[in-house]
Design a protein around this ligand. Structure first.
Ligand code: PEP
Length: 323
C-alpha cells in the first residue's frame, strides 16, 4: 500500500551540531546531542527510537521547496511572471513544486519547463461526480499532476473567515485518497501563537495531535518520499516573523523524533520536513543549514523572483553538507 515511486538523493552527508528534543523528558528540556551527529547516528545510539538503525543517513534527503500562491494573482495576465519565477529555479539538486490557486491550476499546469511540479492547494476524497466546487484527485491524476497539498492552516480554520475548519480526521481521509490514486502529498501542520507561547512541549503536543490520525497511513508507506511534512507555525505565516533557525530546528527534530517512535526510525530518517512561515531569500541560508530542515513552503516570496534564491540556498546548504 502507498508504495512504488523512486526516492531522490541518497548521498551520505555531514550534519553540523544538531540538537534534539527528548519528548520523554518530563521537563521538556532541550537536549544537546553530540556535536557532529546525524539523526541516524543519534537514533542508533539511543536504540533506534524503539527499532533498528535507520537504513538511510538523515541528510540523504533531497531538498524540496514549494511556492504557495494561495488566492493570487487576481488577474490571469499576471500568471506568466509568476510562472517565470518558478522556471528560473535550478531543480537539479532540489525538488520544486508550486500551488496555484484552484482557478489557475488548469491555466498553468503545463507551463513549467524545469521539472517543477504543480500541487493543488486542496482536494476532495471521493472522486468525480456531484461535488460542486470541489477538485477531485482523479481529475488531477488525469491531468498528470503528481502532488497535492493539504492541511494548510488557512484550511484548518486559521484565516479568519467563518468557513468550517478541516479536521485531522478529514485530512487523514484526504491523504489516504491522494496516495491511493498514486499522487504524492505535502501535509501541513503547525501551531498557533498561543500554543507557541506555552513552550516547546505544548508545540510538540499540537504537532503530535495533527499527525496522529495519519500515523497508520505513514506506517503503510513503502516509499517515504511520497509524503512531505510542511511544518508551518501559524504565527509565522504571512506575518514577516520567521521562526528562528533554532526554534525551527528544535521543532523539526522533535517531529522527526516522534515519527521515529510512532512510525519507524526508517521513515523518520527518510521523510522530508519543510519549514514554512515568512521564509525568504534573506533567511533561507541560515534555516537551510539546520540538519532537520529539508526545504521550505513559501507563500509571499513565491510571488517574487527571490523564490529561485530560496531554492538555490537550500540546494547549496545540503550540497555543502555532503561528505
Ligand atoms: C504559506 O502560505 O504557507 C506561507 C508560509 O506563507 P508566507 O511564506 O507568506 O509566510
Amino acid at each position: 500500500m502507498h508504495g512504488g515511486k523512486g526516492f531522490g538523493g541518497g548521498e551520505a552527508t555531514r550534519d553540523p551540531a544538531p540538537t534534539y528534543i527528548n519528548p520523554n523528558d518530563p521537563k521538556g528540556k532541550q537536549q544537546a546531542i553530540h556535536k557532529a551527529e546525524s539523526f541516524a547516528e543519534y537514533l542508533a545510539k539511543r536504540g533506534g527510537g524503539g527499532g533498528a538503525t535507520p537504513s538511510r543517513p538523515t541528510s540523504g534527503r533531497r531538498p524540496i521547496v514549494g511556492g504557495n500562491w494561495k488566492c493570487n494573482p487576481a488577474s490571469p495576465y499576471d500568471l506568466p511572471a509568476l510562472v517565470a519565477n518558478i522556471n528560473a529555479c535550478d531543480t537539479s539538486s532540489c525538488d520544486v513544486y508550486v500551488c496555484p490557486s484552484p482557478l489557475h491550476v488548469g491555466i498553468v499546469y503545463q507551463s513549467f519547463n524545469n521539472g517543477a511540479y504543480v500541487a493543488p492547494q486542496n482536494c476532495n476524497f471521493k472522486g468525480c461526480g456531484a461535488f460542486t466546487g470541489e477538485m477531485a484527485v482523479d481529475q488531477m491524476e488525469a491531468m498528470g499532476i503528481k502532488w497535492c497539498l493539504i492541511g494548510h492552516s488557512e484550511r484548518r480554520g486559521e484565516f479568519g473567515l467563518p468557513t468550517p475548519a478541516e479536521s485531522n480526521a478529514l485530512l487523514a481521509t484526504k491523504l489516504a485518497y491522494i496516495l491511493d490514486k498514486g499522487l504524492n502529498c505535502i501535509f501541513c501542520i503547525g501551531e498557533p501563537l498561543p500554543i507557541r507561547e506555552n513552550g516547546i512541549d505544548a508545540v510538540m503536543a499540537e504537532c503530535r495531535a495533527q499527525l496522529n490520525e495519519i500515523l497508520p497511513i505513514l506506517r503503510g508507506l513503502s516509499d517515504h518520499s511520497r509524503v512531505v511534512i510542511a511544518y508551518e507555525p501559524v504565527w509565522a505565516i504571512g506575518t514577516g516573523v520567521t521562526a528562528s533557525p533554532m526554534q525551527a530546528q528544535e521543532t523539526h527534530a522533535g517531529i522527526r523524533q516522534y515519527l521515529a517512535s510512532a512510525v519507524s526510525p526508517q521513515l523518520a530518517a527518510n521523510i522530508r520536513i519543510q519549514y514554512g512561515g515568512s521564509a525568504n531569500a534573506a533567511n533561507a541560508p541560515e534555516l537551510s543549514a539546520q540538519p532537520d530542515i529539508d526545504g521550505f513552503l513559501v507563500g509571499g516570496a513565491s510571488l517574487k523572483p527571490e523564490f529561485a534564491q530560496i531554492v538555490a540556498a537550500i540546494a547549496a546548504a545540503k550540497a555543502s553538507a555532503r561528505f
